[in-house]
Design a protein around this ligand. Structure first.
Ligand SMILES: *[C@@H]1O[C@H](CO)[C@@H](O)[C@H](O)[C@H]1NC(C)=O
Ligand SMILES: *[C@@H]1O[C@H](CO)[C@@H](O)[C@H](O)[C@H]1NC(C)=O
Ligand SMILES: *[C@@H]1O[C@H](CO)[C@@H](O)[C@H](O)[C@H]1NC(C)=O
Ligand SMILES: *[C@@H]1O[C@H](CO)[C@@H](O)[C@H](O)[C@H]1NC(C)=O
Ligand SMILES: *[C@@H]1O[C@H](CO)[C@@H](O)[C@H](O)[C@H]1NC(C)=O
Length: 657
């Protein structure tokens, strides 16, 4: 469908790729030295890139003591109600077999463990499976070797070298089995590469398998249509009104398809910023097709690394842009162009979703995307989107070749001796899950604390008109301790014409690392996933939560925030318990020692095991036997029954903790 001259194509790319969320599919060769476990510390793939940048200089004159006055009732400017599942994941379709497992019977335990951590706090996890590969994906009856996904290269021929993806219905069974274990809910995408020959199998089979139990949230129709022209997927003149027309074709086909029972869960327009959202709204798309639409969505990366990969756009020196991420100004300026749209979405009764985002497109930036600086950035950015009335935000997960993954399984041929690498932004998702909790009724406000510094932002979260939690951040990286700050928090009080409402004590969980450049030594309430290749998806170490006594006579609580670091402050014991913090009793059970790090587990074993404890569990595995067994290879299964779990509607659940 090349309707214009190849040289024009190149020019379009140059001007439009900057904000493109391009996922790169070329496999970067692993280093030759990775032949033994002992020498396999660095493989050469971006996900394990050892680049360490210098933190930005310590600012002079930072205000290190300031007060934060909270209203004891709902202040104006609170967001719409938010859920603990606000921040989810966008997983590139082509990598799901690495992340989820080979098929519905053999799931990746580290992935389930990570999701269990979030489920315990938020009740559910939202995951979008898609990306560039969704557009050309083809559902087939079976694939050679019994695999559930397979890439066919060189078909689509666009600039992203996106492979054509073949997949079987086993993908949906795999998702269903994951959902049954950890309550994941899914967004999928209907292929949009050829709307005169639609392939609606994903909706027909996907809904048959996933919507009964309520695991399917909706279908994107079109992924980044504002980049179609640049990617040579449509004529150079492709515009919002063309998209409007093609979307109508899909709506008619779905309305006429008796195998698609749900007609109102489509998601548009998933644009990246080449078109303004308004240029799409102004076509009348939402009003015309309101009864077909479940949500509105966009995708966005604040910067890109495309020059390093393709030699196009402008070169980005990571050291020069690191500081741009380490300020509250980053998230404020990213959301600003969407504020009109989140208000439009509310007016039209649709959720507004950031369907795919991360630090930088074209794979992220070395020394930034996988650091504690990115942890703080993603935390602030997520909370800022929530405050700005987005309904959800999905952090993108690519393959081995990107720097920004929240989690990365080891390369397949290293899975017998390496574990997973948990990216620095995964910690941000835990903090956000706890900050909002599972009530679905959390409203957040950006407090504009200490407004003379964009380096020390703060948010408050209210439920039912009562302040319940706060998040305080410090972007400064200063090992001397001189840039730690103390916030003196007051709730209510005569200063604002309310009764004193400061509690006797508060609890605080810290998210800290020695520096914003740190990649491994990141802790959430004292626990960590460790560094490269070190995680089975469980937090390691003992949890440490600070209890701070407040001064009720002066109506103040003093909380210190390290530089760099963030604190989640629980303003009451019920606010603490609600976010999955036990009170819940846990029971350790006997566990088999698995023979290798990447054990997978047969979900039927779990499904039939609720209530049993201490029996022998049989673990399946996709990898060959390996002699290296040890304590850290053992997988403990813990049953959890208690208030926090009951409040999410579950009677009993199993997770790995
Ligand atoms: C693992 O696979 C990569 C990519 O196919 C290859 O370059 C590398 O040599 C393999 N390593 C081992 C230890 O087999
Ligand atoms: C799932 O994968 C395992 C391991 O590769 C294989 O033995 C099994 O046959 C597969 N199951 C299905 C239903 O394809
Ligand atoms: C889980 O996977 C097995 C094996 O493919 C399948 O038979 C079963 O139906 C799946 N369970 C769910 C809830 O989809
Ligand atoms: C906000 O969006 C609406 C709907 O597209 C549009 O009519 C209006 O002009 C926009 N306002 C601004 C300030 O962009
Ligand atoms: C978010 O929505 C609420 C409720 O409509 C509104 O009061 C608030 O001003 C909005 N916030 C922003 C930042 O637009």
């Amino acid at each position: 469908m090349r309707l214009f001259h190849p040289s024009a194509f190149v020019l379009v790319i140059l001007s439009s790729l900057v904000n493109a969320s391009v996922t790169v599919y070329h496999q970067i060769p692993l280093a030759a030295s990775t032949t033994t476990a002992a020498s396999a510390n660095y493989t050469g793939a971006a996900a394990y890139d050892p680049t360490v940048l210098n933190p930005p200089p310590v600012p002079a004159g930072l205000t290190t003591q300031f007060g934060i006055q909270l209203s004891s009732s709902s202040p104006s400017g609170l967001s719409i109600p938010q859920k603990g599942s606000f921040m989810g994941f966008s997983i590139e379709f082509s990598v799901i077999n690495q992340i989820f497992g080979v098929n519905a019977t053999y799931l990746q335990v580290p992935f389930l463990n990570l999701m269990a951590i979030l489920r315990e706090r938020a009740g559910e996890i939202l995951i979008r499976v898609g990306g560039n590969t969704q557009e050309t994906a083809v559902l087939v009856d079976s694939l050679p070797g019994g695999v559930m996904v397979s890439k066919v290269r060189g078909i689509t021929g666009d600039v992203t070298s996106t492979p054509m993806l073949l997949y079987t219905a086993e993908v949906f069974y795999t998702m269903a089995n994951i959902s049954a274990l950890v309550n994941t809910k899914w967004f999928l995408g209907i292929p949009f590469n050829d709307t005169s020959n639609l392939r609606l199998g994903i909706a027909e089979v996907g809904e048959a398998v996933l919507s009964g139990p309520g695991y399917l949230l909706g279908f994107q129709v079109g992924n980044e249509p504002d980049l179609y022209a640049a990617h040579d997927a449509r004529p150079s003149t492709y515009s919002p009104s063309d998209y409007f027309g093609e979307f109508g074709t899909v709506v008619s086909a779905i309305n006429n398809d008796g195998n698609i029972p749900v007609k109102n869960n489509l998601i548009v327009p998933s644009i990246t910023g080449q078109w303004t959202p308004e240029s799409v709204w102004n076509t009348g798309l939402v009003e015309t097709y309101s009864s077909s639409l479940g949500a509105l969505a966009v995708e966005h990366y604040p910067t890109d690394n495309c020059y390093a990969l393709y030699g196009i756009g402008s070169p980005v020196n990571p050291q020069d842009v690191f500081q741009n991420f380490l300020t509250h100004n980053s998230s404020i300026s990213i959301v600003a162009p969407y504020l009109n749209s989140t208000s439009y979405a509310q007016a039209t009764g649709k959720p507004f979703i950031m369907m795919e985002t991360n630090t930088a497109s074209c794979g992220g930036l070395p020394g930034i995307s996988d650091t504690f600086g990115a942890t703080l950035w993603a935390l602030d950015y997520g909370l800022q989107m929530a405050y700005s009335n987005f309904s959800n935000a999905m952090l993108h997960v690519g393959g081995q070749d990107v720097y920004y993954n929240p989690f990365t399984p080891p390369p397949t041929n290293q899975s017998s001796y390496h574990e997973w690498t948990i990216g620095s932004v995964f910690y941000s998702t835990i903090a956000i899950a706890e900050a909002f909790g599972p009530s679905g009724n959390a409203q957040i406000i950006d407090l504009q604390a200490n407004t003379d510094s964009m380096l020390t932002p703060a948010y408050a979260i209210y439920e039912n008109g009562t302040p319940v939690r706060m998040v305080l951040l410090n972007y400064v990286s200063d090992p001397s301790g001189a840039s730690d700050y103390t916030a003196t928090i007051s709730i209510g009080g005569s200063a604002i014409g309310q009764g004193n409402a400061t509690p006797a004590q508060i609890q605080v969980k810290y998210l800290v690392a020695p520096s914003v450049s740190e990649k491994s030594n990141i802790t959430w309430a004292g626990q960590t996933f460790g560094g490269t290749f070190q995680s089975d998806g469980r937090l390691m170490g003992s949890e440490s939560v600070q209890t701070i006594n407040c001064d009720q006579s002066s109506n103040t609580c003093r909380v210190s925030i390290p530089a760099p670091g963030a604190a989640l402050v629980f303003l009451s014991s019920s606010a603490y318990a609600e976010s999955g913090n036990p009170s819940t009793q846990t029971f350790s059970t006997t566990m088999v020692t698995k023979t290798m790090n990447t054990a997978t587990i047969n979900p039927s074993v779990l499904a039939t095991s609720n209530g049993i404890s201490g029996d022998t569990w049989e673990l399946g595995s996709t990898s060959k036997e390996n002699a290296g067994t040890g304590l850290r290879n053992s997988l403990s299964i813990v049953s959890v029954v208690g208030a926090a779990v009951l409040s999410t509607g579950m009677l009993c659940t199993w997770f790995w903790s």
